[in-house]
Design a binder for this molecule. Sequence first.
Ligand code: HPA
Length: 235
Amino acid sequence: MPTVHIEAKENEIAKRVLMPGDPNRARYIALKYLDDPKMVNALRGEFAFTGKYKGVAVTVFSSGMGIGSMGIYSYELFNNYNVDYIIRIGTAGSYLEDLKVYDLLLADSVYSKTYFDEEAGHENVEVINSSFDLNSTIMDTALIKNIKLRTGRVHTTEAFYTENKDYTPFIKLGCMAVEMETYALLYTAKKFMKHATALLTISDNLITHEEIDSKERERKLDEMIVLALESIIKK
Ligand code: HPA
């Protein structure tokens, strides 16, 4: 049912949701890949579209940036709209020389030092696993489609601009790349015993300072989007 942040009617959100961070990307995905896309949310400019992919209902909903925004939308989607599966599709900065720009990283777990957990549930959870069920499906689908995929831990940070360029503490904890939303998504999925994961394209390498160019970026993001769509419709 509608919430203070989401105006969609209860039956306008599918059980399967893809979440890019950027509302323009949500529109791009819906218009390019979904049959009969219908805009179901525009509150605060966070666009959501519901349509069909190969006959299966899918919603594409932008999470906005950061733990705060992802925390709100994932909570309301799982709790108020009975969503069962969410795949975040986004970008991340690599901590490893051999995890290069354009590479695809599937999060098997997330680490964060955030206080979101204490403030949301009085818990102390630094590491959370992704859905094994969703990840198995994504890995099988990637294999069938011959898409190269790395899996590993993701670091969710709250500060994009940081003076601290020493990433070794995070690397020692097994983190392969950094972004800003996955922790909130997996925390919320765990709370409601739902399924979530993150599929990330490496957009920059924090060690080699390599960045992707905009044309190639589009093509690689399309590969990630198709992998997420083909996987989520199998659930
Ligand atoms: N830091 C945080 N989030 C990101 C980055 C980064 O370097 N790259 C893509 N998302």
